[in-house]
Design a binder for this molecule. Structure first.
Ligand code: DX5
Ligand code: ZN
Length: 227
């Protein structure tokens, strides 16, 4: 079943516990950490993740858009995150980092910006629990979905099948009722949605609608029919 991860980047930062409650039934809460160096925006860090982890039962999916994730990512596991995504463009030693995240008890995930190809990382995939394909340039919510990323999603799903991996494939950026089916058809199974969830009148209902659309689209997709 498709997993929907609302991004709190589009929530009210003064009311994060309530905003988590508003998306009850979500699989994960997506937490965008930005350092104003890796991306031109600044959001939140370890103390906020610690407080949020205490305030909600929904596991935290931390997306680190920061320099030097080799140094900082393990501390986000200690802060209570269940899944840590680092950017390959920023990591000095992605294999060592993924192993450290897993050893500390969280799921290890690696993100690719739109201009970063998947092919050089084929041999790294068994080290990961999830791969994130950005469908916008990271930094801001509410940007338009880049459908030129669909072939990369498809090629990544082919690699997952080829190596018979238990790897989740996440998409992040511009995912909405208008774009989620194309992502699911191409091979994504974890969907981050910020403005499409928190911009809706009923965020929990928006999550259910997105999940239903993704489930229907993937049910007939090439990559699920093979199984
Ligand atoms: C963008 C962030 C996203 C953002 C997505 O850099 O990584 O998680 O919240 O927001 P929407 O869904 O509005 O594109
Ligand atoms: Zn994100």
């Amino acid at each position: 079943m498709a997993q929907i991860n609302p991004s709190i980047l589009s929530a009210d930062f003064a009311r994060l516990a309530d905003e988590a409650e508003a998306v009850r039934g979500s699989d994960w809460l997506h937490v965008d950490v930005m350092d104003n160096h890796f991306v031109p925006n600044l959001t939140l860090g370890i103390p906020v993740v610690e407080s949020l982890a205490r305030a909600t039962d929904i596991p935290l999916d931390c997306h680190l858009m920061i320099e030097d994730p080799d140094r900082w990512a393990p501390q986000y596991v200690e802060a209570g995150a269940g899944s840590i995504t680092f950017h390959v463009e920023a990591a000095a030693a992605p294999v060592r980092l993924a192993r450290e995240i897993r050893a500390k008890g969280a799921r290890a995930s690696m993100a690719l910006k739109p201009g970063t190809p998947i092919e050089p990382y084929e041999d790294l995939l068994p080290e990961l629990d999830m791969l994130l394909i950005m469908t916008v340039e990271p930094g801001f919510g509410g940007q338009a979905f880049l459908d030129i990323m669909l072939p990369k999603i498809r090629r990544t799903r082919e690699l997952i099948a080829k190596h018979d991996l238990e790897l989740w494939l996440q998409v992040d950026g511009g995912v909405s009722a208008a774009t989620i089916e194309r992502c699911a058809e191409a091979g994504a199974d974890v969907f981050v949605a910020g403005s499409a969830v928190y911009g809706a009148e009923d965020p929990a209902l928006a999550v259910r609608n997105l999940r239903e659309l993704a489930d229907k689209a993937s049910a007939d997709a090439w990559w699920t029919c093979e199984h």
